[in-house]
Design a protein around this ligand. Structure first.
Ligand code: GAF
Length: 381
């Protein structure tokens, strides 16, 4: 993380340096598209994220600089002051969500930079939201707890970006703990840190470098499908609030009442919640083989039923199988981005070399490789 770059830019633009805050991106071992269905997820913060320098400026305006994009934005903090630039809308959204909850935010100057790759499914946007939610809470002594910091990030996505995401990414970013995954119940927000040190294995991400233009509308559509199925199930089972409460028998009952597409989406989610629970049990016993099998199951479901994979990601998944990787799947929302791979140490080099070589040969572009280190959550530096 280039602290010097951020400091230099901040000083050049605004004079004396300010305070530094960092929030990470995340990986998720298993449990995808389950969060907004009230299910479970198993993410971990990574050692890459967003770094911001920030200082009160004595005005009622924000002056912000995105170092990596070399772009400047200046905006007020009232509802109709929304900035043009999409990166600035994340900061604006966080401020607005804090203010809606009664927090007093004053004008500030800021510059930020990130080393979490954009559009790779590693939650660069949650990292940005968490950085500013955490920083403003700390600077203005707002007393917002960590759960609400995560919810502020999520609400920013809903209300200022237009992505109806779940809570996983922001939660992982704020609550991350080095060497641990977080088993999170996305309905109650009860969570448990699960030590993650798979002896004999390495975790690596292979980035397909595919970025889906319409990812957010496709994402929102998946959520609508799940909600449509819940509505149908509720006619017979009013106690079902979210897909998390449904089972395959309930789903089967509404087969003729929902579209075939919505049915497949719900089938995936119900199976995925179970896969995650099974994987967590296996993880407790150190049974990585079973964890890996579940990961392959997730990929299959995300590809065939939820239809959020793509040719490139399926190709990477096949290579993983061929190279003896014990678990591999598309990670995050999908529609491009990375696969996460649980690789026996002795197969690591061969897998990475083969994936890079064969992918480049087939698609004419090189995938990126990110070894994963599980780091801490939001913090002041
Ligand atoms: C994206 C969303 F932001 C998360 O809330 C989650 O739904 C994920 O996709 C899929 O599991 O990262």
């Amino acid at each position: 993380m280039n602290k010097k770059l951020v400091t230099d830019k901040f000083v050049e633009l605004f004079g004396e340096t300010g305070d530094f805050y960092f929030s990470p991106g995340r990986v998720n071992l298993i449990g995808e598209h389950t969060d907004y269905n009230g299910g479970f997820v198993l993410p971990g913060a990574i050692d890459k994220g967003m770094l911001a320098c920030i200082k009160v400026n004595g005005t009622d305006k924000v002056r912000a600089f995105a170092v990596d994009l070399n772009e400047y934005a200046e905006f007020g903090m009232q509802e109709d002051d929304a900035p043009e630039q999409s990166w600035a809308r994340y900061i604006f959204g966080v401020i607005r969500e804090i203010m809606k909850r009664g927090g007093q935010v004053k004008g500030f100057d800021t510059a930020f930079s990130g080393d979490v790759p954009l559009g790779a499914g590693l939650s660069s946007s949650a990292a940005l939201e968490s950085t500013y939610a955490f920083a403003l809470n700390d600077m203005f002594k707002l007393g917002i707890d960590k759960f609400d910091l995560a919810k502020i990030g999520q609400a920013t996505e809903h209300n200022y970006i237009g992505v109806k995401c779940g809570i996983m990414d922001q939660f992982a970013s704020v609550f991350g703990k080095e060497g641990h995954l977080i088993r999170l119940d996305c309905r109650s927000l009860e969570y448990e840190y699960v030590p993650f040190n798979p002896k004999g294995y390495k975790v690596v991400l292979i980035d397909s470098v595919v970025k889906h233009e319409l990812a957010s509308s496709a994402y929102n559509k998946r959520r609508e499908s799940c909600e449509a199925v819940v509505k149908a199930i509720q006619k017979r089972h009013p106690e079902v609030e979210l897909l998390r409460d449904a089972d395959m028998a309930m789903l089967a009952e509404v087969k003729g009442e929902v579209t075939a597409e919505d049915y497949m989406r719900a089938e995936y989610v119900i199976e995925e919640i179970q896969r995650l629970l099974d994987a967590c049990e296996a993880l407790k016993k150190g049974d990585y083989k079973t964890v890996g099998e579940k990961m392959y199951g997730t990929h299959e479901g995300m590809s065939k039923l939820y239809e959020v994979s793509c040719e490139e990601l399926d190709f990477l998944n096949d290579i993983a199988k061929k190279c003896g990787v014990i678990g591999s799947r598309v990670m995050g929302g999908g529609f491009g981005g990375c696969t996460i791979n649980l690789v026996p140490e002795d197969k690591y080099d061969t897998f990475v070399d083969t994936a890079v070589k064969e992918f480049t040969h087939k698609f004419g572009k090189e995938p990126k490789v990110y070894p994963v280190k599980i780091g801490d959550g939001s913090r002041k530096l």
